[in-house]
Design a protein around this ligand. Structure first.
Ligand SMILES: [Zn+2]
Length: 189
């Protein structure tokens, strides 16, 4: 098994389509979040986070994205507090929901890294596949979007967008924030 064989590279110009068609596992990313993926790649630091998708046949329909850590030009740090927050959130998901990890390579990371995962990335992807073989990862860079997973997922964006996008996003956002809100309410502030 060569972990590098699970990578797929997409030029940002070719991910938009009028209809989604695939016999392979395909990540369908919301058009409404596309600008966000561009902006985070123009920062001076890398970011990482999670996405929540709903699985329907071969398609992972992404409905939510969360940034959980920022760092330096070449690495990110996620605080224990954020990890607890995320784990708490993930426990509330039902079996239809697919968790997709993501991180960025930015202008500052350097052009060499716009079309490839780093050695360090592959190291952590090995750990992930050993624990959760079905797990999928997405890398956003200024010019490309890379996917990684045993299923070698495709990455597509539907040109016309999704009229229910904001409703769905808000649902996940509220679910994520639920405990944070109740913690604030019960604290002594
Ligand atoms: Zn990386």
């Amino acid at each position: 098994m060569n972990i590098r064989d699970f990578t797929r590279i997409f030029d940002r110009d070719v991910i938009f389509s009028n209809e989604i068609t695939s016999h392979e596992i395909s990540i369908i990313f919301p058009k409404e979040l596309y600008d966000f993926t561009k902006i985070i790649c123009e920062q001076s630091y890398e970011s990482r986070g999670i996405m929540i998708a709903i699985k329907n046949q071969n398609f992972y329909h992404v409905q939510y994205i969360k940034n959980i850590g920022i760092g330096t030009a070449t690495s990110t740090h996620v605080s224990q507090e954020k990890l607890d927050e995320v784990n708490n959130f993930l426990q509330k998901l039902d079996s239809n929901a697919v968790v997709i990890d993501w991180h960025t390579h930015t202008r500052e990371t350097g052009e060499t890294w716009f079309e490839t995962f780093s050695g360090g990335d592959y190291k952590s992807l090995v750990n992930i596949v050993n624990k959760k073989p079905s797990r999928v990862h997405v890398l956003f860079t200024p010019t490309h979007i890379l996917t990684w997973g045993i299923s070698k997922p495709r990455f597509q964006i539907l040109k016309q967008g999704n009229p229910r996008f904001y409703e769905l996003f808000t649902y996940w956002q509220d679910l994520y924030n639920q405990d944070l809100v109740s913690r604030l309410e019960t604290s002594n502030f």
